[in-house]
Write a protein that binds this ligand. Structure first.
Ligand SMILES: Cc1cc2nc3c(=O)[nH]c(=O)nc-3n(C[C@H](O)[C@H](O)[C@H](O)COP(=O)(O)O)c2cc1C
Length: 171
């Protein structure tokens, strides 16, 4: 895992290449292996590989979602707020595990924040995504993980540049 973390970067440019079904299965397994508070599993995931839908989702925000249009896959991460008061944490864990699992099988990914973001001045990104995919209102939309074969080469952050000053020991 530490090797994956050392190399991990957000990848927003992708090859025009499909993800093999075996790899999609691995991603699905990683999602449902995510731990959740009290094992409630309040999340649901919608996998999108339809080009038209990806194009629509790429407009979820004015900035920071555009690269979804060229992704091979988007994973819409939703959580049921009626089932768990910590659905945000549970969905965040699933999102990052999907990203790290993707990296372990040669894929690049980037988190697209949907929760607390706006599609335009009148509509939340969440309502926009719910409308496109027919997601009920109680299923909150936290993120969309954008995935594909990397078409940009980014180096991991060198150790000397890491913010170790953020860490204290014993207070
Ligand atoms: C909670 C969260 C939300 C993010 N939202 C977006 C986003 O909406 N659009 C985007 O392009 N990147 C997004 N990112 C990626 C960050 O910008 C990126 O992780 C950060 O700049 C560090 O770069 P790195 O991942 O390459 O190390 C998000 C990351 C996190 C953890």
């Amino acid at each position: 895992m530490i090797d994956l973390l050392r190399k991990r970067r957000s990848i927003r440019v992708y090859e025009d290449r499909k993800i093999e079904p075996e790899k999609i299965e691995i991603l699905k397994e990683a999602l449902v292996r995510s731990p959740s508070s009290r094992g409630i599993n309040p999340w649901e995931f919608i996998l999108i590989d339809d080009k038209e839908l990806l194009k629509k989702l790429s407009k979820a925000k004015e900035h920071g979602s555009e690269f979804l249009e060229d992704a091979a896959l988007g994973i819409v991460v939703c959580g049921d707020e009626k089932r768990s008061d910590v659905w945000v944490e549970d969905c965040s864990i699933a999102s990052i595990l999907a990203q790290m699992s993707a990296q372990s099988i040669g894929l690049g990914s980037c988190w697209v924040q949907i929760r607390n973001r706006m599609h335009n001045k009148d509509m939340t990104s969440e309502a926009y995504v719910q409308g496109i995919l027919g997601i009920p209102k109680n299923m909150k939309v936290e993120s969309i993980i954008s995935l594909g074969y990397p078409a940009e080469n980014k180096r991991g952050v060198p150790k000397e540049k890491l913010p170790f000053t953020k860490i204290r020991m014993n207070g």
